[in-house]
Write a protein that binds this ligand. Structure first.
Ligand code: ADP
Ligand code: MG
Ligand code: MG
Ligand code: MG
Length: 395
């Protein structure tokens, strides 16, 4: 894009969004378009635009130049819209059915125009209401293996890989993760947010030097290991699901990081869900946890054997070493996510929306306990079955 055509950024109103949609020639000239803003309102606008006649619809997501958290605003780069759009396109090369189609992007206005997925439900909401998503873990296991393998050094020429590392440089959004997942919850920091009744448990965490050493190591991995292109925010609120479909949205945190991060964030959000459920319904989630890892690791292994360009790919023990390293990281990152979702700035509805106080506090304490165990015992838990056993022991 040349300087001459550069447009001034301006946040859209619904009227502007309709005009913008008209300019895309996606709808017929005389279409009567209806627009609703359906975003969560913290970082971005999400406009849903529909032609009632033809039933055609699309989504316009626009980044805002600031983030709104706890009533405060701070500037946040608009470049994340471009990161999100190019990440969705990159992922579509490997898992076209598991991401929304991008119809158009606009760097100046920080806009991504994409497929409307309103026929699906955000997985977190559905899971809280015990809806069944039989394909969820297969699809996410597949998504993880395909996107992470194909963007790693095992699949890409080193020049191409390093080109992507620089294209996906995302320092401001990484900083949010570095602070809110890896740092603040482990110190008495003002961003933390927890119920007063949890203070004793929280102080135990702040004073646990062994735990903090392990979190420091995990943070260092996140800061330094450019293994693959991550989604960067793969919680169940970034996944649309139904009984037959799964779509991963919202990769604005995408960057090159350790493979286990995406897997760990997803598993932690399933673990939270499992903690809140009674035995029978819990088993469904435990199966999803097991299946996510099984599908990820078997698919990754198949890709390794069929597509790896790494000279050492057939050297005895190397594939096992790589998968084992990913597994340890996955457990550690999952542990950090469990802790920060319980006592850090950004909570999850799975826990916070439980009305009964004693119940809610009990589950939050379990989330903290599992989080600590995953971080501290990640070299002693030798398989996903060992993790499942740990979760089955909770009551
Ligand atoms: P944010 O980065 O602000 O979290 P998301 O991309 O997660 O934005 O979108 C926020 C909400 O907007 C989603 O939870 C969903 O309800 C809605 N949304 C986002 N993308 C789509 C889409 N492609 N189709 C339908 N709804 C969407
Ligand atoms: Mg989101
Ligand atoms: Mg987002
Ligand atoms: Mg809160």
């Amino acid at each position: 894009m040349t300087i001459a055509t550069k447009k001034q950024y301006k946040s859209l109103t619904k009227v502007h969004a309709i005009l913008y949609a008209k300019g895309l020639h996606f709808f017929s000239e005389d279409a009567e378009l209806h627009c609703r803003e359906i975003g969560d309102g913290n970082l971005n606008y999400v406009f849903h635009i529909k032609d009632a006649q033809s039933e055609r619809s699309l989504i316009i997501k626009q980044a805002l130049p600031y983030a709104k958290v706890v009533g405060e605003s701070w500037p946040l780069t608009l470049k994340r819209a471009t990161i999100e759009a190019i990440a969705l396109k990159k992922q579509a090369e490997y898992v076209p059915t598991l991401v929304p189609t991008v119809y158009a992007t606009d760097e100046d206005l920080a806009i991504t125009v994409m497929e409307d997925l309103s026929h699906l439900k955000i997985a977190r909401e559905g899971l809280i209401h015990l809806e069944s998503y039989p394909k969820l873990s297969r699809d996410i296991g597949e998504y993880l293996a395909q996107t992470l393998f194909h963007t790693s050094d095992f699949a890409l020429h080193p020049f191409e890989k390093k080109g992507l590392v620089s294209e996906f440089s995302n320092p401001e959004l990484c900083k949010i993760t570095e602070d809110l997942i890896f740092t603040d919850p482990f110190f008495d920091h003002e961003t933390n947010d927890f119920e007063p009744s949890l203070r004793a448990e929280v102080e135990v965490i702040w004073n646990n030097e062994r735990l903090k050493l392990e979190v420091a190591k995990l943070k260092r991995s996140f800061l330094t290991e450019a293994e693959a292109l991550l989604h960067g925010d793969l919680h169940t609120g970034s996944i649309f699901a139904s009984e037959t479909e799964t779509k991963v949205i919202d990769p604005e945190f995408a960057f090159y990081g350790p493979i286990g991060f995406d897997i760990g964030i997803f598993l932690a959000n399933l673990i939270v869900q499992s903690i809140t459920r009674e035995t029978e319904a819990r088993n469904t989630i435990l199966q999803h946890i097991e299946q996510t890892w099984e599908v990820f690791s078997s698919t990754f292994s198949t890709l390794w054997k069929s597509k790896s360009i790494e000279s050492y790919k057939d050297t005895k023990g190397f594939e096992e070493y790589v998968l084992d390293k990913i597994f340890r990281d996955t457990l550690g990152f999952a542990g950090c996510e469990l802790i920060r979702r319980t006592i850090g700035l950004a909570h999850v509805k799975d826990l916070d929306a439980i009305v009964e106080e004693e119940q809610r506090l009990h589950f939050k304490k379990q989330a903290l306990q599992v989080g600590k165990t995953l971080i501290l015992k990640r070299y002693d838990l030798h398989s996903i079955d060992a993790v499942i056993a740990l979760l089955e022991e909770l009551h």
